[in-house]
Design a protein around this ligand. Structure first.
Ligand SMILES: NC(=O)c1ccc[n+]([C@@H]2O[C@H](COP(=O)([O-])OP(=O)(O)OC[C@H]3O[C@@H](n4cnc5c(N)ncnc54)[C@H](O)[C@@H]3O)[C@@H](O)[C@H]2O)c1
Ligand SMILES: O=c1ccn([C@@H]2O[C@H](COP(=O)(O)OP(=O)(O)O[C@H]3O[C@H](CO)[C@@H](O)[C@H](O)[C@H]3O)[C@@H](O)[C@H]2O)c(=O)[nH]1
Length: 469
């Protein structure tokens, strides 16, 4: 029986292996992690991540902390560990920190006694496979290793449907007979449920670069539409109408054109910074500059939102209660890595606001840690992050949207959770200070209905409320 071992039981490793275990009954699947808490959570009823449909996948891989035993026994090893942005040293603030990847590779080299296929599942800089190959082969003791790049394209919140029905699976390998044989072995795993024409094979470097490029293109679309929101607000155009009509062109497509307070998540910014760094290292400053702008527009979008809130509320939010609805970086996930809510809250706190936060999936502990943490520290293994950072006193967290908004001067909607569309806004308005402001960072509410209730409403990229002009 073929044995697969995945190193890293996170947002990618857990769901991906659950689906492989379900679809490939003839394969033994084990997921290992250095974090005991994470593995314990996978083995309990309280899964460590919130992902719709994950509970119903059925077949479960084995989750274990016995990393070395399972790596030793495996034929195929997926490596799905953190690859955060470096915070210090060469390339700080841009380059990918490959500490966790390298330590996994060294451990594989230490314990292996039989030939292995090592699969890059983490998102890594182009040419990482070469470095990994060097680490493995210099310590090989006669073991043969084939490195494959098999980047993951799932999005959080839709991970299970993305895995069941992927647009494509990409496998990059060495163009040698051994490399091509390894590609076919991995292809056979995916072919258990993915149609053959959606399994693409390429050389290693194309596969590694495709992942960074795909995220850069997706983030670029959001920055493109977000860059026009201020112009829409200034001219009376409606960004939703503009995006809809532009997206009707089949060459452009309607997907991923929702204007927002900014994109978040653990991938987009990290992967673009990584691309920028690689371009700089290859003597391509103009290309690096081009992609940097995607992030600049995103940062600008978040500060523009904060400025709008403060400017609208008589140029100060000092001592005012601002309710924040939604803290995760998108709906249907409890993940807060690089969520725009962090920057917005920090901006409001800098203006001395008092913030009351409600998110259906994010705990108070997580929010406090996020607001206390330094930039880029959020993407390291959880047990290596600071355990008891200081609490931000002006922030309270509730488990109820009505409680969060009670007595508030203003509301900021920062995540597009479906339940925010169906709230009783008349009840919320009645319990707020007047004038009651609502700043919709996700364009989820019916602006006209809320204005009829009495709210002063600001929706991203929509014609301005008369109060704000
Ligand atoms: N989250 C996503 O939606 C997504 C999608 C596609 C690709 N990716 C990429 O996949 C990789 C993993 O992302 P994630 O979101 O699953 O991260 P994650 O933080 O949820 O999971 C990573 C896990 O790896 C473990 N780990 C780190 N070093 C280890 C080691 N040496 N041995 C054993 N375990 C170790 C950590 O404890 C953690 O549980 C990243 O490179 C990311 O860019 C993420
Ligand atoms: O039209 C849109 C679409 C998305 N977003 C925001 O963009 C961010 C990222 O969203 P999404 O891409 O749906 O979620 P991720 O889980 O970050 O997935 C991205 O990053 C993953 C990690 O690399 C890739 O695997 C996925 O293909 C890629 O979509 C979120 O803050 C969204 O709210 C918008 O503001 N407007």
């Amino acid at each position: 029986m073929v044995k697969i071992c995945c190193i890293g039981a996170g947002y990618v490793g857990g769901p991906t292996m659950a689906v492989i275990a379900l679809k490939c009954p003839a394969v033994e699947v084990v997921v290992v992690d250095i974090s005991v808490a994470r593995i314990n959570a996978w083995n309990s009823d309280q899964l460590p991540i919130y992902e719709p449909g994950l509970d119903d996948v059925g077949e479960e891989p084995l989750f274990s902390t016995d990393v070395e035993k399972h790596v030793f026994e495996a034929d195929i090893i997926f490596v799905s560990v953190n690859t955060p942005t470096k915070t210090s040293g060469l390339g700080a603030g841009k380059a990918a920190d490959l500490t966790y990847w390298e330590s996994a590779a060294r451990m594989i080299a230490d314990v292996s006694k039989s030939d292995k296929i090592v699969v890059e599942k983490s998102t890594v800089p182009v040419k990482t496979a070469e470095a990994i190959e060097k680490i493995l082969t210099h310590n090989s003791k006669g073991v043969n290793y084939q490195i494959l790049s098999n980047p993951e394209f799932l999005a959080e919140g839709t991970a299970i449907q993305d895995l069941f029905n992927p647009d494509r699976v990409l496998i990059g390998g060495r163009e040698t007979p051994e490399g091509q044989k390894a590609v076919q072995v991995l292809k056979a795993v995916y072919a258990q449920w993915v149609p053959e024409d959606r399994i693409i094979t390429s050389n290693l470097w194309s596969a590694e670069l495709t992942k960074l490029t795909a995220n850069a293109f997706l983030a670029d679309r959001i920055s493109s539409v977000n860059s026009l929101t201020a112009l829409c607000e200034a001219t009376g155009a409606d960004v939703t109408e503009v995006a809809y009509s532009v997206g009707m062109d089949s060459r452009i497509s309607p997907k991923f054109l929702n204007a927002s307070v900014g994109f978040g998540g653990s991938c987009f910014q990290k992967d673009i910074l990584n691309l920028v760094y690689i371009c700089e290292c290859n003597g391509l400053p103009e290309v690096a500059e081009y992609w940097k702008h995607v992030i600049r527009i995103n940062d600008n979008q978040k500060s523009r939102f904060v400025n709008r809130v403060v400017a609208s509320m008589f140029n100060t939010v000092s001592g005012k209660k601002i309710a924040v609805l939604g803290f995760s970086f998108k709906k249907d996930t409890g993940d807060t890595r690089e969520t725009p809510a962090i920057d917005v809250c920090k901006g409001l706190l800098a203006d001395k606001a008092s913030i009351s936060i409600y998110d259906p999936q994010v705990t108070e502990d997580q929010i406090q840690r996020d607001l206390a943490m330094n930039k880029f520290d959020w993407d390291h293994p959880i047990h290596l992050q600071p355990t008891s950072p200081a609490t931000v006193k002006q922030v309270s967290v509730t488990w109820d949207a009505y409680e969060a908004t009670k007595g508030a001067h203003g509301i900021c909607i920062l995540t597009e959770w479906d339940e925010f569309k169906g709230l009783d806004y008349q009840k919320i308005y009645d319990n707020m200070q007047k004038p009651a402001f609502l700043f919709d960072g996700r364009n989820v509410v019916d602006t006209e209905k809320l204005r009829a209730i009495g709210f002063i409403v600001h929706s991203i990229g929509k014609p301005l409320d008369p109060w704000l002009t």
